[in-house]
Design a protein. Structure first.
Length: 431
């Protein structure tokens, strides 16, 4: 079949890499794509994912048999709804706008969890009209204080603050428009102390689901988890504390109630459910939902998926995952992200990338790259530039391979963390 994948980052680079291996994938289009996706499919740079009308026309013109929506913006914006209203029956991997509200509205997600008994932090939501109640609620919590913009805020809408007075001031700023319309409602919740992981579920909307490999990502720019938050500096899979006992709790207490809750609420959810979890004393709780795969977690999850991805996606979009297996490669995978100097604050673009981009034993996924018009040279176009993933008998072996690959890739100011997965290795030693 012909497949269209929407997106242009490291996540889409990994999804395209995996889908292109399938004998069921006759032609793979990626819109807009990047130089990495161009190596495994055909980029469509002029096609904008938020231009739903053009996407629909493209799908009809190219006889696309499956549409895979990579990132959250088109889903929250209603691309699935648009296709259905237009009379299209094209199978789509991704929920409609009602399901996408799990990511598009943190207040909706928290209410969903409360209604369906899914463990999460205690919370309340506030608007400008109830700001005084919000300031009072903060005083009932122990620091640090967690404030979240209700809507999408490009990954910047979550604040964790130690001081009560600063938290109250931040609440006022958010309700006054710090994050635009996204923070017209602010969710305040108790801080959960534990260790996090990412669980990915593929749902068919009718109770069928598959749990994909678990991963842990690393958000801070600095080693030792210090400095500013980023989109992700690396990821590891498997996760040592997410053992069979922990995952049985996750499935029983979180995955099944989520899938069943969506059905009970009349939401036909066909696509990925990202569960941002935290283990608090060995008990899993939900920090957040996302309605697509994570980045950079996708870059370690896809290499650990032994099964063909395309039949899984097609079955989910068709509403019938019953007989499609999701087999897992037992090797470990580690991703290390190479970023531009200055990221996550200001950083240069257009820096030429040289070196070995197809190293033996590793996979280089493109996250923020482009081709220079004058000479077609590969250059940087984003803060997170390349994701280097390797597999090994254990995480340490995979990590060493990724670092070896990175030593042979170069651009001015290139930076990467050298401690990805160090916290998990310490847990292994304790065990």
């Amino acid at each position: 079949m012909n497949i269209l994948l929407l997106g242009s980052g490291g996540r889409e680079s990994a999804l395209a890499w995996k889908m292109a291996q399938s004998p069921f994938c006759e032609k793979l289009y990626i819109a807009p794509g990047n130089p990495g996706t161009a190596e495994v499919g055909e980029n469509v740079p002029e096609l904008k994912p938020m231009d739903f009308a053009s996407v629909l026309v493209f799908c009809r013109d190219k006889s696309v048999g499956l549409l895979v929506v990579g990132n959250e913006d088109p889903l929250v914006g209603g691309i699935v709804d648009y296709f259905r209203v237009a009379g299209s029956e094209l199978p789509i991997v991704g929920p409609d706008s009602k399901g996408a509200a799990l990511e598009g509205s943190k207040d909706f997600a928290k209410r969903f969890m409360a209604e369906h008994g899914i463990p999460t932090a205690r919370y309340r939501s506030f608007t400008a009209a109830t700001a005084a109640e919000g300031r009072e609620f903060l005083s009932e919590l122990k620091p640090p204080f967690v404030l979240k913009a209700d809507g999408l805020a490009a990954g910047k809408g979550v604040l964790i603050i130690d001081s009560l007075e600063e938290a109250r001031a931040a609440l006022d700023e958010m309700l006054a428009g710090k994050f635009g319309a996204s923070s017209a409602t602010v969710v305040i919740e108790e801080f959960l102390d534990g260790i996090e992981c990412s669980v990915f579920v593929l749902s068919d909307g009718h109770g069928g689901y598959r749990i994909l490999p678990v991963a842990k990502d690393y958000k801070r720019i600095g080693e030792g988890d210090t400095g500013l938050n980023t989109g992700g500096m690396g990821a590891v899979s498997p996760v040592v504390f997410a053992d069979d006992v922990f995952m049985s709790k996750v499935e029983e207490r979180i995955v099944r109630p989520t899938v069943e809750g969506l059905i009970a609420d009349g939401i036909d959810y066909r696509g990925f459910i990202f569960l941002g979890l935290i283990s608090v004393g060995g008990e899993p709780m939900v920090i957040e939902y996302n309605v697509r795969m994570g980045d950079p977690e996708t870059e370690v999850v896809m290499p650990r998926l032994a099964s063909d991805l395309v039949p899984l996606l097609a079955a989910a979009a068709a509403g019938d995952l019953a007989d499609i297996p999701a087999e897992i490669d037992q090797r470990a995978a580690v991703t290390v992200m190479a970023v531009s100097g200055g990221y996550p604050e200001s950083y240069p673009k257009g820096l030429e990338i040289t070196g070995e981009l197809h190293p033996a034993g590793s996979i280089v996924f493109h996250a923020g790259t482009s081709r220079r018009a004058v000479d077609n040279a590969l250059v940087t176009s984003g803060g997170r530039v390349l994701a280097v993933t390797s597999r090994g008998a254990n995480p340490a072996e995979a990590l060493s391979q990724s670092y070896n690959a990175l030593e042979n890739i170069h651009f001015d100011g290139m930076y990467f963390r050298r401690d990805i997965g160090a916290d998990l290795r310490r847990l292994e030693i304790k065990d």
